[in-house]
Design a protein around this ligand. Structure first.
Ligand code: UDP
Length: 239
């Protein structure tokens, strides 16, 4: 049973369990998709029913970041741990490489997905990069068809939220991939175009603060975090 945090149902798994579940989905017939909502996405889902439907219809819903874990705890239904999308992706790629599976990288500015592909192929020998495409396209159909033509087992869809969730819900099947993962800005990090917060900040639940200091233009978006906690507090009182 999923844990409900302000209308988004989260799977209650450890990182190891989540990666195993991802690999199971990758081996199962049909198309499946994974989403990794943070508080900002939960807030977007509160305002946008289509985004909420796309997120809740995912086969795996993982809490990306400490905010959601804190919210679940405040509501008296704790989650086992935070599962940052980028770490989930790394765990998945390690296992995919061992099985010689193929990955399509979709999203980010032109050139970023190719650079990420080169670095990932070097980091995970055995992993096949089936193809890449930037995230600034006009027509969806030809992009889904390009993924299908590549024969990729899995696709990382990094278009920002909730665009990537809506895209996976609508075009996932047309890609023919068995698993799609919505991973926000991960390609920028895999390509070396952006950095993750150092370990100290991550371990202390301060990755969001580090990102804010590095990118002050994110301040508007980050105001969603206190708003999220206020909404959780209200929900707690209501309960
Ligand atoms: N992006 C894209 N197409 C778009 C809008 C955004 O490919 O139409 C990409 C953008 O270049 C970036 C990612 O989506 O690589 C979103 O990154 P962000 O840091 O906002 O996501 P987060 O990790 O915070 O969810």
């Amino acid at each position: 049973m999923r844990i409900n945090v302000l209308g988004v149902g989260f799977d209650n798994l450890t990182m190891e369990e989540a990666v195993c579940r991802g690999m199971e989905l990758l081996r199962s017939p049909g198309t499946h998709y994974v989403v990794t909502p943070n508080p900002e996405i939960v807030e977007a889902c509160r305002e946008d029913p289509a985004a909420r439907r796309a997120v809740n219809a995912a086969d795996l819903v993982l809490p990306d970041g400490v905010g959601v874990v804190k919210g679940a705890k405040m509501l008296g239904t704790p989650l086992k741990e935070k599962i940052p999308g980028i770490e989930f992706a790394a765990g998945l790629m390690e296992r995919m490489a061992a099985e010689g599976l193929s990955l399509y990288l979709l999203g980010a500015k032109p050139g970023v997905a190719e650079a990420a592909g080169e670095r990932l192929a070097a980091k995970y020998p055995g992993l096949k990069i089936a193809g890449t495409h930037d995230g600034y396209f006009q027509e969806d159909g030809p992009v889904a068809e390009a993924v299908r033509q590549s024969g990729a087992d899995c696709a990382f869809v990094c278009l920002g939220a909730p665009k990537q969730e809506l895209w996976m819900a609508k075009y996932g099947e047309a890609t023919g991939a068995r698993l799609l993962c919505g991973l926000g800005g991960s390609l920028d990090i895999f390509a070396g175009a952006a950095e993750r917060a150092p370990k100290f900040w991550r371990d202390h639940g301060l990755e969001w603060f580090y990102r804010l200091c590095k990118n002050p233009w994110r301040a508007g978006r980050m105001m969603k975090l206190p708003l999220f906690l206020i909404h959780v507090q209200k929900e707690k009182s209501r309960k």
